[in-house]
Design a protein around this ligand. Structure first.
Ligand code: HEM
Length: 491
């Protein structure tokens, strides 16, 4: 019997860019009717800084969403409205105070758009990263600067862009540091864009090839395909990890923690931060309300890593007591199509781990290739923990220590760099000074990693997506084990 594997294109995935899709995000609406949204989104950082956002939102007309007819239109609307909603909630009140009720000018269209995309009404990873990038004109990846060039966006396969060729579309502060926070995940997604198709095709060939043939030669061929796919995946995962430190020269940790991260919060967990009921209320034009108790936006909502876990057969346990795992919970915050894909992948008739396990006696190279690939995924998770340590664990500790000492932190300055046009990308340090800085940053990363690893380091902190951050990340990494490691641990 031939086993059927999911067709990735039917879930909106690109064979080259994966979850970034072949549709390059629209930089503005094609229909001028939506110009008031474009205009307000473009001025969001200035309006937040001048504390004038609330008045401008109140003056918006309530626009109909019926003119949003294509997926790229809907994604653009999601990005623009979600940034405006979060700007409004976290800095839209008088004196930039927190507000728990979103007026119909934003509430009505945002609820419609989220419903059509199958998403919760909150700014989640797709809006922060997957659909929030544009290439600056003249970039080597076939750069696009306006809808003239990118309104159907089908430039997949042209190679992807470097960090300095990209800007983000939605922004709260308009700084290059904020750009980098959204764009580094974009680079990681692009780097991993071919992996799912590669691994699924190789697994399908192995499983179905084996079904048809009994002889050893055929077995060798199908396994060679899988070995090659696993080797290539391991290399891609290593490249994905090398994108992470690109954040360091651009994104200041304290500014990220104190000034940027608060904008990503949903309602849940924010009872002491100005939303006493832990929810955001969306008003509709007919006078009704929708109350939403969502977690905040986090790259923990990336479908790519969950999909890789499924196909590779890396399993994560929930917290116990019949509660959903963090990974399962995050699926509600993914675009509907991505969630459906994960549902199908979770029901795969065979994972790569299952296939390798059933061949482990006869094919050592397959086990080596599988373990090599899982090792790179584990190492990615370790590098990511170092990033989280630098940007959340350490600033949180510093803030707690300052509070305990009664320090005044009014003098804190924003160091997320100049406005985005002046930013560099921090890659390929040329001068001695830059090289030294990079070495220092690598040492800092290692120190950060040690801090996270230290027993109890940051165990009390909550992730933006609502996880018990350090224990969750540690568990996620520790569960990423190959077959060799598993047997060594006596499992
Ligand atoms: C300053 C940078 C970053 C910070 C502060 C950060 C923070 C976090 C936190 C706190 C979590 C735990 C889940 C939660 O939100 O509650 C998480 C999970 C996760 N993050 Fe990040 N992250 C950063 C960069 C990235 C990047 C660049 C990626 C690449 C796509 C990424 C991908 C993930 C993934 C896949 C998870 C789920 C955990 C796993 O699969 O092991 N993060 N992140």
């Amino acid at each position: 019997m031939v086993v059927v594997f999911p067709d990735l294109a039917s879930f909106g995935l690109s064979r080259t860019r994966g979850f970034l899709s072949d549709d390059t995000p629209l930089t503005s609406f094609r229909d001028g009717y939506y110009a008031p949204w474009d205009d307000l989104a473009a001025r969001l950082p200035a309006l937040i800084a001048s504390r004038a956002l609330g008045g401008h939102v109140g003056a918006l007309p309530v626009l109909s969403t019926s003119g949003l007819t294509t997926e790229p239109d809907l994604r653009r609307a999601y990005v623009v409205l979600a940034f405006l909603v979060h700007g409004y909630v976290w800095a839209g009140g008088g004196d930039a105070a927190v507000v728990d009720t979103v007026p119909p000018q934003l509430g009505e269209p945002f609820l419609h758009v989220c419903e059509r995309l199958g998403m919760e009404p909150v700014l989640s990873y797709a809006g922060l990263c997957l659909w929030n990038w544009a290439a600056v004109v003249g970039g080597s990846g076939g750069g696009v600067g306006s809808n003239e060039d990118n309104n159907d966006g089908d430039d997949a396969g042209a190679g992807f862009y470097d960090l300095e060729e990209l800007v983000s579309l939605g922004s709260f502060t308009g700084t290059r540091g904020e750009d980098a926070f959204y764009l580094v995940p974009v680079l990681v997604e692009a780097e991993g864009g071919t992996l799912l198709a590669l691994l699924l095709d190789a697994l399908a060939a192995a499983v179905n090839g084996n079904d048809d043939a009994d002889d050893d030669d055929d077995d060798d061929d199908v396994s060679s395909g899988l070995v090659a796919a696993l080797d290539r995946s391991a290399e891609a995962l290593a490249r994905m990890a090398r994108h992470l430190p690109k954040l360091y020269p651009l994104l200041d940790a304290r500014a990220f923690y104190h000034e940027l991260r608060p904008f990503f919060s949903g309602g849940r967990g924010m009872e002491n931060k100005g939303l006493p009921r832990g929810e955001v209320v969306f008003q509709r034009v007919d006078g009704s309300e929708r109350r939403a108790r969502c977690v905040g936006g986090s790259a923990g909502q990336s479908c790519l890593f969950q999909a890789l876990d499924c196909v590779l057969g890396v399993r994560h346990e929930g917290p116990g007591g019949g509660r959903e795992s963090f990974f399962e919970e995050m699926r509600a915050y993914m675009p509907g199509k991505h969630r459906e894909l994960l549902g199908q992948l979770a029901r795969l008739p065979m994972t790569i781990r299952g296939y390798v396990e059933s061949h482990r006696r006869s094919d050592e190279r397959l086990v080596r290739a599988y373990d090599g690939c899982v090792k790179e995924l584990r190492s990615w998770r370790g590098r990511h923990m170092a990033v989280v340590s630098k940007y959340i664990v350490q600033p949180a500790r510093l803030a707690a220590a300052q509070e305990a000492n009664g320090d005044d932190d009014d003098a804190r300055e924003t160091r997320n760099g100049a406005r985005r046009t002046n930013g560099g990308d921090g890659t390929g340090p040329a001068t001695r000074g830059e090289r030294e800085q990079k070495e220092e940053e690598e040492e800092e990363e290692e120190a950060g990693l040690q801090a996270v690893m230290a027993k109890g380091g940051g165990d009390e902190l909550q992730g933006t997506g609502g996880s018990a951050l350090v224990p969750f990340l540690r568990q996620s990494r520790d569960e990423t084990v190959g077959l060799g490691q598993q047997s060594a641990r006596g499992k």
